[in-house]
Design a protein around this ligand. Structure first.
Ligand code: FES
Length: 135
């Protein structure tokens, strides 16, 4: 099993509890690479975004109105972590140049972001949050 380290957390949120980090494990069933992030209620702990690293891929997780969305965490415009931005509704504001990305689609909604951000699948099973990387 592989522990998935928390990479970063939204600036306006509180860091996820250490217990959630230490319990985050990759459940790499060979053909079905869903990665366990942790218990949903402990991962976010009332926060709205979270950064994790899965198989060397930085993934931003965004909690909006009871739904979780997963995107590549690196902004397509530059080298900034979207999970360190500010989430307003369904849009995350990049902390570097303030471009906006719709976390539901990965599409940039304002300049300077012109390329979409890759999305990843999210599953909640028995209260646990899983992510499957898009290839
Ligand atoms: S690095 Fe994200 S908008 Fe420029």
């Amino acid at each position: 099993m592989t522990v998935i380290p928390i990479a970063s957390v939204c600036a306006r949120t509180v860091h996820a509890p250490e217990a959630a980090v230490t319990t985050a494990r990759a459940v790499a069933a060979a053909a079905d690479a869903w990665h366990l992030i942790g218990a949903l209620d402990r991962c976010f702990d009332g926060n709205d975004c979270l950064g994790v690293t899965i198989e060397s891929v930085k993934v931003g997780l965004f909690h909006v109105n009871g739904e979780i969305h997963a995107l590549d965490d690196i902004c397509t415009h530059g080298n900034a972590l979207l999970s360190e931005g500010f989430l307003d509704g369904h849009e995350i504001e990049c902390p570097l140049h303030a471009g906006l990305v719709d976390v539901r689609t990965g599409e940039g909604t304002t300049a300077p972001i012109v390329r979409a951000t890759r999305r990843h699948e999210v599953r909640i099973d028995n209260g646990n949050l899983y992510v499957r990387l898009s290839r």
